[in-house]
Design a protein around this ligand. Structure first.
Ligand SMILES: Nc1ncnc2c1ncn2[C@@H]1O[C@H](COP(=O)(O)OP(=O)(O)OP(=O)(O)O)[C@@H](O)[C@H]1O
Ligand SMILES: [Mg+2]
Length: 248
């Protein structure tokens, strides 16, 4: 196999007391792909992402992020990945520009490089009209855009987007889709969403998580084929409600 993987998840498990949040999952995500993790509330998506980011220690198992173990090479993992969390991560009392500058500095850019990166993000995300506004005054959609722009400041090779369009209006959501589409291919992206249309639009591959387990993994076409449904929402319901592992 010559295929290069952005992420290789190996028997990854997380328990919280007696609750098994992630139950020995195995998945390979190809480098440069956009991989969507779907699942009902509490399925284990955020817990998985937090382990892959090194924010939460697995109970057992391991994962390789661009070949680096989250157990033994965490600092390398943190250098090459970044994320826009389920709850946005912007500093409320800083302006949009200050938030970006702050992140550029955290990632060790010198003054010249930092200002170049900040300009690039303001341009890419069309943040000009809000750059002097304090982040706390922005609407949810603008905050999400800023949060993703901040995640990109470090030029990550792996980007985690946990429900990036949660609660956004249709236009703001589509704008974020087009931003995410432009990122595709340049980095490995792991996305979670409850919006099936979003997963249909953006994903190269999809996994469906149920009770901490991966019940199905494949392309959109494969999801539809194995369930005999003609859209992802019906395929998702069929897999999430069904029992037993579905092989693709
Ligand atoms: N810090 C924690 N302590 C105890 N239990 C936790 C903790 N974090 C998550 N859990 C539990 O682990 C399970 C998986 O939660 P997780 O947040 O990963 O789900 P999710 O798939 O991201 O759900 P959602 O779609 O609602 O964001 C849930 O039962 C949750 O209550
Ligand atoms: Mg979650």
């Amino acid at each position: 196999m010559n295929e290069k993987y952005g992420i290789q998840i190996q028997n990854l498990r997380k328990e919280f007391g007696s609750k098994v949040a992630v139950n020995d999952i195995n998945i390979n995500i190809k480098e440069g792909q956009l991989f969507s993790m779907l699942g009902v509330n509490g399925a284990g998506k955020t817990t998985t992402i937090r382990m892959l980011m090194g924010l939460s220690k697995p109970t057992s198992g391991d994962a390789l992020v661009m070949g680096h173990s989250i157990l033994t090479e965490l600092s390398a993992v943190k250098q090459i990945s970044n994320f826009s969390p389920q709850e946005t991560s912007v500093a409320p009392n800083l302006t949009v520009r200050e938030n970006l500058e702050f992140f550029a500095k955290i990632y060790g850019a010198d003054k010249e490089k930092a200002s170049k990166l900040v300009e690039e993000m303001i341009e890419k995300f069309s943040l000009q009209e809000v750059e002097k506004s304090k982040a706390k005054t922005l609407s949810g959609g603008w905050q999400r855009k800023l949060s993703i722009a901040m995640a990109l400041i470090s030029s990550p090779k792996v980007l985690f987007l946990d429900e990036p369009t949660l609660g956004l209006d249709v236009l703001a959501r589509r704008e974020l889709w087009s931003i995410i589409e432009k990122l595709k291919g340049n980095m490995t992206i792991v996305l979670t969403t409850h919006y099936m249309e979003e997963a249909e639009q953006l994903s190269d591959e999809i996994a469906i998580m149920v009770n901490g387990e991966i019940k199905a993994h494949g392309t959109l076409e494969e999801m539809k084929r194995i369930t005999g449904k003609d859209n992802l929402e019906d395929a998702f319901v069929s897999i999430a409600e069904g029992s037993g592992k579905t092989e693709v």
